[in-house]
Design a protein around this ligand. Structure first.
Ligand code: HEM
Length: 573
C-alpha cells in the first residue's frame, strides 16, 4: 500500500463529498429558482388572467353601459320622436284650425258660393285667363251674388244689371273702396302715394280725382283744346293708314300709337311721330307691363304677399312694369327741366304747380311719387281700353259690311267727305253712335271692371257683406244681361235706337262702370271713339283681305278683352 496515497485518497473523498454537497445545494437552489420562476409565471398568468378577466369584465360593463346608454338614447329618441309627432300633429291641427278660422264666414245671410278648400279657398274654380267665363258659370249656379275666396281673401261677385246698379249707384260709398294691392309696392305705391286707379277711398283719392278730371276737362289751357288734339291725331292716323297703300296690314299698332299719343299730349304736351324710337320703346314697355298683370301668379302674389318678400321675385315677375316706370321717370325729369309755373302746358305742369302749394297739397297727395303713379294710371287706364274698343269697331265693320255702309252714308250726309268730324256732329248721327255703343257692349272691353272693396258693413239684395270684402262687379253680365238686351249675344246696333231711329242709351250700358269709381276718362274716351271712328270711316272702307280667313269674334283676355290679331285692307274712299 502506498502510504503516500492514503491521506491523498481521504482528502479526495472529502472533496468529492464537498462537491456533491455543493451540487446538491446548487440543484436545490436551481429547483428553488425554478419553483420561484414557475410561481412567478403562475402569478403572471394569474395576473394576465385577471387582467383579461378584468378587461372582459370591463368590456362587459362597458357593453352593458353602452347598451344602457343606447337604450336611454333610444327611449329618449322615441320620446323625442313621439314629441315630434305630437308637435307635428299639433302644428297640422293648429294650421288647419288657423286656416279654418281665416276662411270661416261667420255671418248669416252671407252670399252662397262654391266649397272653399284649405289654404287655396275657391281659386281652383276660376280660370284666371278668362275669369268672366268662370263667373258667368257660377252666376248660373249660385245666382246674382255669390262669394269666392282667393286663399284667405273674401270676395263677392255681383252679377246682372239690377245687383250691379244697386251696389255701384244706390250704395255707391259702401262699395267705393279698393282692396290693397301689395304687388304694386315695388313700383312706389305706398301709404302716401297710391295714384288714382288703385287708391283707397279717402281724402287723397278724392282730391287727385277732382284735380285730374278738371285738368282733363279744361284742356283749353294749352294752345289747343283736347278735342282739337284728338282731331289732329285722327289726321295723323289716317295719313299712316293711307301709307299702307291698300295692302293688308294689322291696324293694332297704328291705332295704339294714335291713342297713346292723345295721352302723351295730355300728360307731356307733345306727341311722338309713329316711327320715333322713344315712342316705340314706350309702347313696347307699356305692352309688356300690361301682360304681367294677367293670369294666376299676380293674383297669388296679391293674396300671399309674403311671396313678394322673396328676394328678386317682384323684379322678375314685374320686370316690364319696372322698366315702364323708369321710362316715365325719364320723361317727367326731362319735362321738369323746362317747367315754367307761369305757363302751364299740360297735366304734368299743372300737377307740379299743385305740388308747389306746400303742406296742404302734400296731404292731398300732390307729391312727386304720385305724379309718376297718376301718369302711369292715365296711360294704363286710358290707352289699351280705347284702342281695343276701336279695333273691335273696325273688326265689326269687316264682318258686317252692310253696317259699315250705313255708317258711311250717315257720315256723308251729316259731315261730308272733307270736313273733320267734331263732337257737335254726334247728336245728328244716331246710327253711328249706336254702332259705337254696341261695339262697347258687345266688345265687353273691361268684363270684370276693376276690383272694389266694401268701405263699411253693408247689404246687397238681402245679403250681408262685411267691411273689407273684395267686390268684383261682373260688367260683362250687365252688358249681356238677358233681362235687358233684346239680342244679348249678337252685334245689334238697334239696341241703341228707338222705333224712330233716334239714339237711346239703356241704363244697363255700363262699360265705364258707375258710381263714385266710374271711369275717370269716360268723356275723353267717348270723344276719341267718336272722332277716330268717324274720321277713319270717312276716309276709308275697311275690307277683309281676300286670302284671309274670317277673323274670330270672341276675344282674348288680359285685363281687357281684346280681339285676336287680324289683317285689314283700307281702301281710300
Ligand atoms: C273705352 C275706353 C275705356 C273704358 C271701357 C274704361 C273703363 C273703365 C272701367 C270699367 C273702370 C273701372 C271703374 C270701377 O272701378 O268701377 C275705369 C276706371 C278708370 N279709368 Fe277708364 N275706361 C276707358 C278709358 C279711359 C281713359 C281714356 C282714361 C283716362 C285718360 C281712363 C281713366 C280711368 C281711371 C283713372 C280710372 C280709375 C277711376 C277711379 O278709381 O277713381 N279710362 N275705366
Amino acid at each position: 500500500m502506498d502510504l503516500s496515497q492514503v491521506p491523498h485518497s481521504k482528502s479526495s473523498n472529502c472533496r468529492e463529498r464537498g462537491e456533491k454537497k455543493r451540487e446538491r445545494r446548487g440543484e436545490r437552489r436551481e429547483e428553488r429558482r425554478g419553483e420561484e420562476r414557475r410561481g412567478e409565471e403562475r402569478r403572471g398568468e394569474e395576473r394576465r388572467a385577471e387582467t383579461v378577466l378584468g378587461q372582459r369584465r370591463k368590456t362587459k360593463e362597458q357593453t352593458v353601459y353602452e347598451m344602457a346608454l343606447l337604450l336611454r338614447l333610444g327611449s329618449q329618441l322615441s320620446s323625442c320622436w313621439s314629441n315630434f309627432s305630437i308637435l307635428g300633429v299639433f302644428l297640422i291641427v293648429f294650421t288647419l284650425l288657423f286656416d279654418f278660422m281665416k276662411r270661416r264666414r261667420r255671418w248669416s245671410r252671407y252670399p252662397p258660393g262654391p266649397v272653399s278648400l284649405p289654404f287655396i279657398g275657391t281659386m281652383l274654380c276660376i280660370d284666371f285667363n278668362k275669369p268672366h267665363h268662370s263667373f258667368n258659370q257660377l252666376h248660373k249656379k249660385f245666382g246674382n251674388i255669390f262669394n269666392l275666396q282667393n286663399c284667405w281673401t273674401n270676395m263677392v261677385v255681383v252679377n246682372g244689371y239690377k245687383a250691379v246698379k244697386e251696389a255701384l249707384v244706390h250704395r255707391s260709398e259702401d262699395f267705393a273702396d279698393r282692396p290693397y294691392f301689395p304687388m304694386y309696392e315695388h313700383l312706389g305705391y305706398g301709404e302716401k302715394s297710391e295714384g288714382i286707379v288703385v287708391a283707397r277711398y279717402g281724402h287723397a283719392w278724392k282730391e287727385l280725382r277732382k284735380f285730374t278730371l278738371s285738368t282733363l276737362r279744361n284742356f283749353g289751357m294749352g294752345k289747343k283744346s283736347l278735342e282739337e288734339r284728338v282731331t289732329e291725331e285722327a289726321g295723323f292716323l289716317c295719313a299712316a293708314v293711307n301709307a299702307e297703300g291698300g295692302h293688308p296690314f294689322d291696324l293694332r299698332f297704328l291705332v295704339n300709337n294714335a291713342v297713346c299719343n292723345v295721352i302723351c299730349t295730355t300728360i307731356y304736351g307733345e306727341r311722338f311721330d309713329y316711327g320715333d324710337e322713344t315712342f316705340k320703346k314706350l309702347l313696347h314697355l307699356f305692352e309688356n307691363s300690361l301682360s304681367e298683370e294677367a293670369g294666376f301668379l299676380p293674383q297669388l302674389l296679391n293674396v300671399v304677399p309674403i311671396l313678394l318678400r322673396i328676394p328678386g321675385v317682384p323684379q322678375k315677375v314685374f320686370r316690364g312694369q319696372k322698366a315702364f316706370m323708369d321710362f316715365i321717370d325719364v320723361l317727367i325729369e326731362k319735362h321738369m327741366k323746362t317747367w315754367n309755373p307761369a305757363e302751364i302746358r299740360d297735366f304734368t305742369d299743372a300737377f307740379l304747380k299743385e305740388m308747389e302749394k306746400g303742406k296742404e297739397a302734400e296731404k292731398s297727395g300732390f307729391n312727386y311719387n304720385n305724379l309718376r303713379l297718376v301718369t302711369a294710371d292715365l296711360f294704363s287706364a286710358g290707352s289699351e281700353t280705347t284702342s281695343t274698343t276701336l279695333r273691335w269697331a273696325l273688326l265689326y265693320m269687316l264682318l258686317h259690311p252692310e253696317i259699315q255702309s250705313k255708317v258711311q252714308a250717315e257720315i256723308d250726309k251729316v259731315i261730308g267727305r272733307e270736313q273733320s268730324p267734331t263732337m257737335k256732329d254726334q247728336v245728328n248721327m244716331p246710327y253711328t253712335s249706336a254702332v259705337i255703343h254696341e261695339t262697347q257692349r258687345w266688345g265687353d272691353i273691361a268684363p270684370i271692371g276693376l276690383p272694389h272693396m266694401t268701405y263699411r258693413d253693408t247689404e246687397l239684395q238681402g245679403f250681408f257683406i262685411p267691411k273689407g270684402t273684395t267686390i268684383i262687379t261682373n260688367l260683362s253680365s250687365v252688358l249681356k244681361d238677358e233681362a235687358v238686351w233684346e239680342k244679348p249675344n249678337e252685334f245689334y246696333p238697334e239696341h241703341f235706337l228707338d222705333a224712330n231711329g233716334q239714339f237711346v242709351k239703356p241704363e244697363a250700358f255700363l262699360p265705364f262702370s258707375a258710381g263714385r269709381r266710374v271711369c275717370l276718362g269716360e268723356q275723353l274716351a267717348r270723344m276719341e271713339l267718336f272722332i277716330f271712328f268717324t274720321t277713319l270711316l270717312q276716309k276709308f272702307t275697311f275690307v277683309l283681305p281676300k286670302d284671309q280667313p274670317r277673323p274670330r269674334e270672341d276675344g282674348c283676355f288680359a285685363l281687357t278683352n281684346s280681339p285676336y290679331p287680324f289683317l285689314v285692307q283700307a281702301i281710300p274712299r
